[in-house]
Design a protein around this ligand. Structure first.
Ligand code: SD4
Length: 336
């Protein structure tokens, strides 16, 4: 049985690989151009993609790095910092929604083309968690630091502090708190407050990096950490293959190591689109109650093919290349 499964797997992998080599671009995807400069060096057409509408402004931030020949790791950091600074954004950074106890706890991670990665979780009062995650990656022997330790690490290194929740968010939380006094152990799921930014970029060297940052599930239990800072769940990059990011209900994404699953499916030869769909199918197969279970994946492979898929309709992503800047609606399994 195991041998049979392995053989089927292998066959599928080869078929998938052949498909992805000869398959033309479909709607919602682009194939990255390749061109040569006088030096004979291969230059890739940079591309950046990121989750949800706020991805347009974030991509523009990343593009400043990419169009000047910069590295994808710098592009994704700079890109998602735009969203982290946006006071009007209720699901990422400074303007984020608090947990049930009124604390805005931030999660972020970053991963580069050498599979170096850094992550922070349950971090309060720091303006740019993504840069703290980058500092963990660049300056420590660790991958992930959380809570008070992460805060101390950030303060020791002079990272900008912020007071959260910002007043308008605090007022909203107070109102919510009054109405939901007794529901401490029953987090409220609401697809409207699941808007993490996950970003993937390919630079002119053809290298892929990714970043993911969020204030997480609004009114979550104090101490709850979602998929977004977990390498392999909210983000995964393998520069030989491609990268993937996730957004939506973190608990379901963690359960299947979502972004890692997408990249491994691409390794077997499936396209980014097929891989994202298969990861969503796997999530669906593990749950009986699909009420409000929104999970979304976005992926890119080494040729610049892009794919995305979500459980429910409504997920979209922003794409920027030298030739295009647009929002793309993801395919989905079902309607709300
Ligand atoms: C979480 N995945 O904390 C995040 C939330 C999210 O779009 O993606 N929002 O579970």
């Amino acid at each position: 049985m195991a041998a049979l499964q392995r053989r089927t797997f292998f066959k599928l992998g080869l078929a998938g690989a052949a498909l992805s080599l000869f398959r033309p671009a479909k709607a919602g995807e682009i194939l990255s151009d390749y061109s040569s400069v006088e030096t004979g060096e291969t230059v890739f057409s940079p591309i950046v993609i990121s989750t949800w509408n706020h991805g347009i402004a974030a991509n523009a931030g990343a593009w400043e790095v990419l169009q000047n020949g910069g590295k994808s790791i710098d592009a994704v950091e700079k890109g998602v910092m735009v969203t982290e600074s946006d006071l009007t954004n209720r699901s990422v950074g400074i303007g984020g929604m608090p947990d049930r106890d009124g604390h805005v706890t931030l999660d972020a991670c970053i991963m580069d083309e050498k599979s170096r990665c850094g992550s922070v979780a349950f971090l309060e009062g720091i303006a740019h968690p993504i840069s703290v995650a980058r500092a963990v990656m660049d300056t420590t022997l660790h991958v992930m630091i959380v809570g008070a330790g992460a805060k101390k690490f950030a303060l020791d290194r002079g990272f900008e502090t912020i007071k959260t929740p910002i007043p308008e968010v605090k007022a909203e939380w107070k109102k919510w708190r009054k109405e939901h006094k007794d529901e401490y152990t029953k987090p409220e799921i609401n697809h409207e407050n699941h808007d993490t930014i996950g970003m993937l970029a390919m630079d002119k060297f053809g290298n892929i990096s990714g970043a993911c940052t969020t204030s997480g599930w609004a009114y979550k239990m104090h101490g709850r950490v979602g998929d977004s800072p977990i390498i392999g769940a909210g983000l995964f990059v393998d520069n030989e293959i491609g990268g993937a990011v996730a957004t939506g209900l973190g608990e379901a994404i963690i359960r299947i190591a979502g972004s890692h699953t997408v990249v491994e499916l691409m390794r077997q030869g499936f396209t980014p689109q097929e891989a994202c769909k298969m990861a969503v199918d796997r999530i669906l197969s593990k749950h009986t109650d699909l009420t409000n279970l929104q999970c979304c994946f976005l992926a890119i492979d080494k040729k610049g093919n892009v794919g995305s898929y979500s459980v429910y309709n409504g997920f979209n992503y922003a794409l920027k290349t030298a030739k295009a800047e647009k929002m793309v609606d993801a395919e989905f399994n079902r309607s709300w």
